[in-house]
Design a protein around this ligand. Structure first.
Ligand code: IFM
Length: 452
């Protein structure tokens, strides 16, 4: 690490992260069923599809070798629900199970522990056709999927993450409509958010029933909310944004229920007919708050929020093709200090047993030069500053026990396509060729140094 001494212990978990739809491809192979993202792409609602993606479905041995060389302790990946249960609820697809078992065995042989996310947004289309997350039945289907996954992989996987970024799945997918399934309806969005959170609690219980020693958590995303000024309207907007973006999810997961100020605010804004949540059934809040072993936090940026921006989404669509200094290609500001402050806030507010940074990274478009080297100095600066922010939080006594860089590979950045590159490894999407970037070698050295 640059000119700084790392105060990170040798048992800290260093990892890289990906997700199924963004890297796997193999859409029509191994009996995989259709997901809402396959349908979204087929309907022309995104510029490029994940049909081939990084072709990880075929090239995974090469990707495991890249991780072994990198020296990471752990690999956070997601299962495609539709490879295991093609229609979401019916029979188990053995070819899908075999694919992931071979991958897990190779990872373990390489000294890399799999951390497996059950849901990174790719709902089986068959379940969407029956109401998707707006239907309470989908929470039950997810619980069975968790039970099946922990049963068929429980001898190889002990670290589980139920959901990735419920805010995105619920709000961007069902209120903003920019992501699959592309719905624009506040009532459906709030209902979907609740069923996703409910399914999280049910899945924690299902996994624990199969694997009492499993480590189970959720990966919540955040945007740290900073008032644009001291003016009361900006302070109120920042507070509202925090409720909309963060507290609506963190509070119930940690047993505080849905934030009362937000229920009132949504009612006043006409999002709710009455100042209550009609879809919450007795016992749901207890289920959602089932204790976890760790909190996963996906951190990218802190935002300055003023009046009028209190419900602004950021779906990853860049504001300009060449961002100004201090911003990544996503149009997100580089704000490492926000990470230290936010994990401190989480520790004080919710007291999680352990916090793991399950995603952090930056999109920059640096390409191979004439010698085939990818000099991504801006990514190194970004990661370096955020790893230092984690170290600072640890120094202050916050239990941050792991860090996963997003992402191992340049991959499909959802509706933004393949042009937004988050990888430590360059991928030529025409040929599938992989080239480790300078940041890959930098990360390898950080990991090695922290092991003393
Ligand atoms: O690529 C995404 C990922 O799927 C979820 N978290 C944010 C990343 C960057 O936008």
């Amino acid at each position: 690490m640059r000119d700084r001494k790392l105060s990170i212990p040798s048992d800290f978990t260093w990892g890289v992260a990906t997700s199924a739809y963004q890297i796997e491809g193999g859409r029509f192979e191994g009996g995989k069923g259709e997901s809402i993202w396959d349908r979204f792409a087929d309907e022309g609602r995104m510029p490029e599809s994940g049909d081939v993606a990084c072709d990880h479905y075929h090239r995974w041995p090469e990707d495991v070798a890249l991780m072994r060389e990198l020296g990471v302790d752990a690999y956070r990946m997601s299962l495609a629900w539709t490879r295991i249960l093609p229609d979401g609820v019916g029979p188990v697809n053995q070819a899908g199970v075999d694919f992931y078992r071979a991958l897990f065995e190779a990872l373990l042989d390489a000294g890399v522990t799999p951390w497996v996310t059950l849901y990174h947004w790719d709902l089986p289309q068959a379940l969407q056709d029956r109401g998707g997350w707006a239907s309470r039945e989908t929470a039950g289907a997810f619980s069975r999927y968790a039970e099946v996954a922990s049963d068929v992989f429980g001898d190889l996987v002990t670290n589980w993450i139920t959901h990735n970024e419920p805010w995105v799945a619920a709000v961007v997918g069902h209120i903003d409509g920019a992501f699959a399934p592309g719905i624009q309806d506040w009532g459906i969005g709030l209902r979907a958010a609740h069923h996703i959170l409910l399914s999280h609690g049910l899945a924690v219980e299902a996994i624990r029933a199969n694997q009492p020693d499993a480590k189970v958590g959720i990966a919540l995303d955040c945007r740290v909310s900073q008032a644009a000024s001291d003016a009361p309207e900006d302070v109120a907007a920042a507070r509202h944004f925090d409720g909309f973006r963060n507290r609506w999810f963190f509070d119930p997961v940690f047993g505080k229920g849905y934030p009362a100020d937000m229920i009132d605010a949504y009612h006043r804004r006409g999002r709710l007919e009455e100042p209550r949540l009609p879809f919450v059934v007795e016992g749901d809040l207890e289920t959602i708050a089932t204790p976890m072993d760790f909190l996963g936090l996906n951190y990218y940026a802190a935002l300055s929020i003023g009046a009028g921006n209190e419900e602004s989404g950021d779906t990853g669509v860049p504001e300009s093709s060449s961002p100004p200094p201090g911003y990544t290609d996503m149009g997100w500001p580089v704000t490492p200090q926000g990470l230290t402050e936010y994990v401190r806030h989480l520790d004080e507010t919710y007291g999680p047993a352990s916090i793991v940074i399950t995603e952090n990274g930056a999109a920059y478009s640096d390409a191979p030069d004439d010698e085939g080297r990818v000099g991504d100095a801006r990514r190194i600066d970004y990661l370096d500053a955020h790893v230092a922010a984690v170290a600072a939080a640890r120094d202050g006594g916050v239990p941050v026990d792991g860090y996963f860089a997003w992402s191992l590979l340049d991959n499909l950045e959802w509706t933004s396509g393949y042009g937004l590159r988050f990888g430590l490894v360059w991928v030529d999407h025409a040929t599938g060729e992989r080239i480790p970037k300078d940041s890959y070698f930098w990360y390898r050295d950080v990991i090695e140094a922290s092991r003393g």
